[in-house]
Design a binder for this molecule. Structure first.
Ligand SMILES: [Zn+2]
Length: 403
């Protein structure tokens, strides 16, 4: 049983059991959709009639819809329930060093509009620019009847205080103690949620509406991109630590004499396998020819590697090896059921998987640890934006907190 924190809890009220049951039904629908009422009742081990009111409320609130009739061999065909993702919209933003992407997407992650801006050099300018761009997007895509924009989700490459939404430190942006959430919410009149990119991606997996991750509660999400970030989910909850900085394994030094990291230290895991490290390795292998060939992004190196260019293949596989070294540390520290890896480089999964696994095997101590499954995020180009969508869509599925 989880220990109650008596200094920080909301009293359970008379309505709590009902709210809990409602969330159980909602999550069973999420995990097994489309699902019939009879099947729901079977899974909850209650008579079907016990679910009538809850299902009616979920249908009336618009969280769930009747997705049609199942096929049945004989007799009446049961109606099926599913989570409603269309008509409920989110503005999602991915703030990166260089560029910020903004999209309007539905709860299922379907993107209907997209903008890209240069990330301004100060948080205050970014705030102004976000207000302008979000307002313009909302004007251009005026919601029709029954459609609503339910909030703004923003992911940043850094640590975020979950309670206040303040960005504590984002080395790649050079930000310390920045508040975007409150002022943006006030100016847009919409709820705003801000989160570190890997944690947002973990939430997207935790509350997935389809795919094999929808019922996994112990996992690590590793984002390998401009930087390297890790989110650890234990028993269905993101591990945040005392001061919101848990999981910063990207900045654990693997070699005190290693390459310089964006955080100022040397030899951090990030400095060995972030996108810039892959680009530098590739440029080094090509020598002076590199400038002429203009490969400045990991996406381009992946394309060249997939065409069979030897220097590109070498740079990518070496990055795979470096990712594996850190994954061994993640497995030793947290023993997750599985690891998801997100990032542009995962488009070359067939090339990085083997060197990654070999390093994982070298760096771990038991057979089970060595065999920890590693999965690529299915959408390397958009994974952070889908994480930002989850910041707005996933709280609807959480259990009421009583401690
Ligand atoms: Zn570092």
């Amino acid at each position: 049983m989880r220990k109650l924190n008596t200094r920080n809890f909301r009293l359970a009220t008379r309505s709590t059991p009902r709210e809990v049951n409602r969330q159980i039904v909602l999550n069973l629908i999420r995990e097994h959709q489309p699902i019939s009422r009879a099947d729901l009742a079977r899974r909850m081990k209650v008579p079907r009639a016990a679910l009538t009111t809850i299902v009616r409320e979920l249908l009336e609130s618009g969280a769930v819809y009747d997705s049609g009739a199942a096929t049945a061999v004989r007799g009446r065909r049961p109606r099926l329930l599913a989570i409603r993702t269309s008509g409920r919209f989110v503005i999602a933003a991915d703030v990166r060093q260089g560029n910020t992407s903004l999209v309007l997407a539905d709860f299922g992650g379907q993107i209907v509009a997209r903008k890209s801006i240069r990330t301004p050099d100060s948080p205050a300018k970014l705030l102004d620019e976000m207000v302008t761009q979000v307002s313009r997007t909302l004007r251009e895509h005026r919601a029709s009847d029954g459609e609503t924009v339910q909030g703004v989700g923003i992911v940043v490459p850094g640590m975020v205080d979950r309670h206040s939404g303040r960005v504590l430190y984002a080395p790649r942006l050079g930000w310390r103690d920045v508040d975007l959430q409150e002022p943006l919410s006030a100016r847009l009149g919409l709820p705003v949620s801000i989160e570190s990119a890997p944690i947002a991606c973990a939430l997207a997996r935790l509350w997935a509406m389809k795919g094999d991750s929808r019922a996994v509660n112990n996992f690590a999400y590793v984002s390998v991109s401009d930087g390297v970030g890790v989110a650890v989910v234990v028993r269905g909850e993101v591990l945040r630590g005392e001061d919101h900085t848990a999981g910063e394994i990207g900045h654990v030094s693997l070699d005190p004499n290693g390459p310089q990291c964006a955080c100022g230290k040397r030899g951090c895991w990030e400095a060995f396998c972030c996108n810039a490290a892959t680009v530098a390795r590739y440029a080094g292998a090509l020598g002076t020819r590199s400038a002429a060939r203009g490969a400045t992004t990991v996406e381009e190196i992946v394309r060249r590697a997939l065409r069979g260019e030897a220097a590109a293949v070498k740079a990518i596989t070496q990055t795979g090896q470096q990712i594996g070294r850190g994954l061994a540390a993640v497995v030793s520290a947290f023993n997750p059921k599985r690891i998801y890896v997100g990032g542009e480089i995962t488009a070359a999964w067939d090339m990085i998987e083997r060197p990654m696994r070999i390093e994982l095997e070298h760096g771990t101590l038991t057979e089970a640890a060595r065999n920890t499954p590693i999965h690529p995020d299915a959408n390397p180009a958009e994974y952070r934006l889908l994480g930002a969508v989850a910041l707005v869509s996933s709280p609807a599925f959480e259990m009421p907190r009583i401690g």
